[in-house]
Design a binder for this molecule. Structure first.
Ligand code: NAP
Length: 289
């Protein structure tokens, strides 16, 4: 028998993820701070709740997908939070991108109430969330992962159990390094082509057939060449994630010079008033200098 599901946070990512769970036929109780975001789920037969606590009262497995670390803390431990309604034996699955250290603390606090936790941040953006093709990187106990995996399979295609609590968030930090540094590299390549009077579109086309090929060269490179910075993934959210990367690296005693440079350039994007644009707007910063 399938378990009863809950979903807290129906933003760009959470709404299509919760819809995919509901459309797969599961009982789903939902909460969003801005209540109108629950309408599409109500129309599909989901139970719309007034608080995260009420979601937890109606679910065995409660997914969260909100913005940042303090927001996850708020919906789990704040007033009328998940912890007030969750039964012993239930699971909280946080799919937001947040701090690995805070995640481990949250898991400990929940375990004291006999509630398990998984961190399961995702990659693949809004299109992957709608299509149910996200990459899910999960931290937590293997038996809890096995219990939740059938539900992950309704939201994602590449589902990897990375390690214990926090390991999923570390994997996501690694993901964000690769993307940020790749954007930086593609932007520098496009800039060099332009300054040499060579057609950047032709350079991109040539590079896409060799070892330099990547999704970032393809998608973000095209955004740079066409001057189209509609997000995608907003620069200020990417900067939030690089803050997690930098904090995690500092605690681990690791220097990340390329990630540091990409972070500074994201700061410059935001300083230029472009934080709501796609993070490929790093190219605009390089062109200005
Ligand atoms: P979003 O569209 O801005 O949605 C954020 C959601 O969090 C909204 O439902 C918002 O409620 C809720 N929220 C924020 N603070 C809250 C609080 N203090 N209390 C209660 N609810 C709160 O963001 P998103 O793009 O869905 O991103 C969600 C998470 O997924 C983030 O951690 C992000 O880094 C990660 N992510 C995003 C992408 C992407 O491409 N967008 C890809 C991978 C991972 P309201 O509707 O009331 O504001």
């Amino acid at each position: 028998m399938s378990e009863k599901l809950g979903f807290v946070g129906l933003g760009i990512m959470g709404l299509p993820m919760a819809l995919n769970l509901r459309r797969a036929g599961f009982d789903v109780a939902v909460y969003n701070r801005t209540t109108a975001r629950g309408d599409a789920l109500k129309a599909e037969g989901a139970k719309v709740c007034a608080t995260p606590k009420e979601v937890a009262e109606n679910a065995d497995i409660i997914f969260t997908c909100v913005s940042d670390t303090p927001d996850v803390e708020h919906v789990i431990f704040g007033a009328s939070g998940i912890i007030e309604g969750a039964k012993a034996g239930s699971v909280v699955v946080d799919m937001s991108t947040i701090s690995p250290d805070a995640t481990r603390d949250f898991a400990k606090k929940l375990a004291a109430k006999n509630i398990a936790m998984l961190d399961a941040p995702v990659s693949g953006g809004e299109t992957g969330a709608i299509a149910g093709t996200l990459s899910v990187m999960c931290g937590g106990k293997p038996d809890v992962f096995a219990r939740v995996k059938p539900y992950f399979e309704k939201m994602g295609k590449n589902i990897v159990h990375v390690g214990d609590n926090g390991a999923g968030q570390v994997a996501k930090a690694c993901n964000q390094i690769v993307i940020a540094v790749s954007i930086e590299a593609v932007a520098e390549a496009m800039l060099l082509a332009e300054k040499c009077g060579v057609d950047g579109a032709k350079v991109r086309e040539a590079l896409l057939g060799g070892f330099a090929a990547s999704k970032v060269l393809d998608i973000h490179g095209n955004r740079m060449l066409t001057n189209n910075y509609a997000p995608g993934f907003k620069a200020h959210l990417h900067r939030k994630d690089m803050g997690i990367v930098m904090d995690t690296a500092a605690k681990a005693g690791v220097a990340l010079p390329a990630a540091t440079l990409a972070t500074l350039n994201l700061d410059a994007v935001i300083k230029n008033g472009d934080g709501e644009l796609d993070s490929s707007a790093i190219y605009k910063v390089l062109k200005k200098n």
